[in-house]
Ligand binder design. Structure first.
Ligand SMILES: [Zn+2]
Length: 209
């Protein structure tokens, strides 16, 4: 074996499953968790799962989504498998901060890619004041381009979970959202049948151009 730097004792203890969710150790500091991936990868399910667990532990939870999202229901975040959790719509990150109540411990944010860039600072401020912030969103648009503010959110997050879907063409792990329509809008909201999850090989960013 080549002589090299001694591996850190932590190196062997790394376990992807253990990284999925933080363990709360100190109540004076908050954290930012990001759940990101393509469409149909289970981001909202994972967000709802984490928020439900916090509610079961009687932590005070608030859930926000952007006003633009009109999918299925007015006042809930809803996953594709119809799990739901009450949520508040907010027009932007400024309104979101105004709506966070004094005793809230956990802040969930769905469809974060539809928020303004101010969401990153807002989440950092929430974490700095002791909140557990859990952010779910698309990391790329239908062209495969990083979807702001998610790239910056990933940079400031303590914990990142990348969710993969299954390619609807070949069955491999899928990291891309393929648009099947001609629309040039960045996201066609609520039209899940206008998209397919695709792997890198089957993804065609030119579609719809
Ligand atoms: Zn494929």
């Amino acid at each position: 074996m080549l002589a090299g730097p001694k591996p850190s004792p932590l190196a062997n203890s790394w376990n992807p499953m253990a990284q999925l969710e933080p363990r709360k150790t100190n109540h004076s500091f908050g954290t930012i968790e990001v759940i990101c991936g393509s469409m149909f990868s289970g981001k909202s399910e994972e967000l709802i799962r984490r928020l439900r667990r916090a509610q079961i532990a009687r932590q005070r939870v608030q859930v926000f989504k952007p006003g633009l999202d009109d999918r299925y229901d007015e006042d809930h975040i809803v996953s594709h498998n119809q799990q739901r959790l009450p949520s508040q719509r907010v027009a932007d990150s400024v309104v979101l901060m105004e709506r966070v109540e004094q005793d809230t411990q956990v802040v969930g944010i769905d469809e974060a890619q539809f928020f303004d860039d101010g969401l990153v600072k807002a989440c950092e401020q929430l974490a700095a004041t002791g909140h557990r912030v859990i952010v779910a969103g698309l990391d790329k648009d239908y062209r495969g381009t990083p979807f702001e503010p998610m790239p910056a959110m990933l940079a400031v997050a303590e914990y990142i979970t990348k969710t993969l879907a299954i390619c609807m063409q070949c069955g491999e792990p899928a990291n891309f959202s393929q648009r099947l329509t001609e629309s040039r809008e960045r996201v066609v909201v609520g039209a899940s049948d206008a998209y397919e999850a695709r792997c890198r090989r089957c993804f065609d960013p030119g579609n719809g151009e």
